[in-house]
Design a protein around this ligand. Structure first.
Ligand SMILES: *Cc1c(COP(=O)(O)O)cnc(C)c1O
Length: 405
């Protein structure tokens, strides 16, 4: 990379063709390719070609979503698509809405901010240890008390925790944890939070697209009982980064974000009927990330998206089967979404970590790692719907071949 880059800012430029060729090639050559079935460490998605094409068009058109005069059509598209996606989460509400974010991190931040603004006093976050690290960081950013952890899969323990706490509480549950892909028991959590008059936010960054799948939607039962829901379509939605959303059951819930700047949304313009966009984000200039999402929804439809979700989850079950049948590999649990944790039987944590590092440094496979039940596991996060059983077989062979004896 250093060689192809040469002088970063030459006195006289190389011209477009050379610059594009050398730099794009160098980055592609040294990329961790998320489409490679053996590159499965993170929730790092192989983007759909059509979403990439739409994203390129968005860059060329360059509408900015902070004021109507910069994005008349794109802002109308955003309004329609965000409402439609929010209605997937909140089908029984009359005015569900969603705002577009840079991903799960920003959506979780905004969810905590809205909870703080609703309560008027510092709100106490309660979450499971498996909650995404961005939840604790958002509490820090917003000067909220440090989150209290409670095992959300144990309703009695959550009940105890909520009984002990005084003042406003926001429980943050996860639909698809980053480490194992587990979905917290949403209906039981919603019952408990209701009983204590606590509020509920659900981080469905990973599991949200199960909504499209008739076969798997039931796993998200209870989602609509949350005060807000994080979605992140640059994971199981195959969008290029960034494609986050924060859904709320009613558009009025977004009112705390309202903001006026004379040059972008003067009151007399708003009174005269021009759409007021500034309150749809904390950002000002903002990319039309909705375009690639809209193109994808239209091109694939619900059944097309469901097929991708189902195939990806099926690939995880294939891998779990291979591990299960393997005499020298141990499976952590059957996958809920598309994450599979496994390790060589009898290996130490150090050896397990070493296997991951060896495969990574040799450029043969990129696996993640996760701690579960006090042990370190190799983590395969499958996001390529076209992953074959043969490729997964290769993955298990590579792990076995790198296991010290
Ligand atoms: C990925 C993820 C996030 C963070 O999303 P970004 O898009 O990386 O900001 C938050 N929560 C969960 C559960 C995630 O899997």
């Amino acid at each position: 990379m250093r060689q192809s880059l040469g002088d970063v800012l030459p006195e006289h430029g190389t011209g477009a063709a050379t610059a594009l060729r050398t730099l794009v090639r160098a980055v592609a050559h040294g990329a961790a390719d998320p489409a490679d079935p053996l590159c499965a460490a993170h929730l790092h998605t192989p983007p759909l070609a059509l979403a990439v094409a739409a994203d390129l068009a968005a860059s060329a058109l360059n509408p900015s979503m902070d004021s109507w005069d910069q994005a008349p059509a794109a802002s109308e598209l955003e309004a329609q698509v965000t409402r439609a996606l929010a209605a997937e989460v909140y089908p029984r509400h009359t005015a569900p809405d969603a705002i577009v974010t840079t991903g799960g991190t920003e959506s979780n931040q905004l969810a905590l901010l809205l909870a703080r603004e609703r309560s008027g006093t510092p709100v106490q976050i309660v979450c499971d240890e498996s909650a995404h690290h961005s939840v604790g960081r958002a509490a820090w950013l917003l000067r909220l008390p440090r989150p209290v952890t409670a095992p959300l899969n144990d309703p009695a323990a959550l009940d105890d925790t909520l009984t002990r706490l005084h003042g406003p509480v926001l429980v943050v549950a996860t639909a698809g944890t980053t480490d194992t892909g587990r979905i917290d028991p949403l209906p039981a959590i919603a019952d408990t939070t209701d009983r204590h008059r606590a509020e509920l936010h659900i981080d469905a960054s990973y599991g949200g697209p199960l909504l499209f799948s008739a076969e798997r939607r039931h796993l998200l039962t209870g989602l609509e009982r949350a005060h807000s829901v994080t979605l992140d379509l640059h994971k199981l939605g195959w969008q290029p980064v960034a494609a986050g959303l924060l859904a709320v059951p009613d558009t009025t819930r977004l009112a705390p974000l309202d903001h006026t700047a004379e040059y972008l949304n003067a009151e007399d313009d708003t009174d005269a009927g021009l759409p007021d966009l500034l309150g749809r984000s904390l950002r000002t200039t903002r990319r039309p990330d909705i375009l690639k999402i809209a193109v994808t929804l239209k091109a694939l439809g619900r059944t097309g998206l469901a097929a991708l979700v189902d195939r990806t989850c099926a690939a995880a079950h294939d891998l779990a089967d291979l591990v299960d049948k393997h005499p020298r590999l141990e499976l952590y649990e059957r996958p809920t979404l598309s994450t599979v944790l496994f390790r060589p039987t009898g290996a130490s944590d150090e050896q397990t970590a070493e296997i991951r590092r060896t495969l990574l440094v040799q450029g043969r496979a990129v696996l993640g790692r996760a701690r579960a039940d006090g042990r370190l596991w190799l983590k395969a996060t499958l996001l390529n719907p076209h992953t074959t059983t043969g490729a997964l077989q290769t993955l298990t062979e590579l792990v076995e071949g790198s296991t010290p004896r």
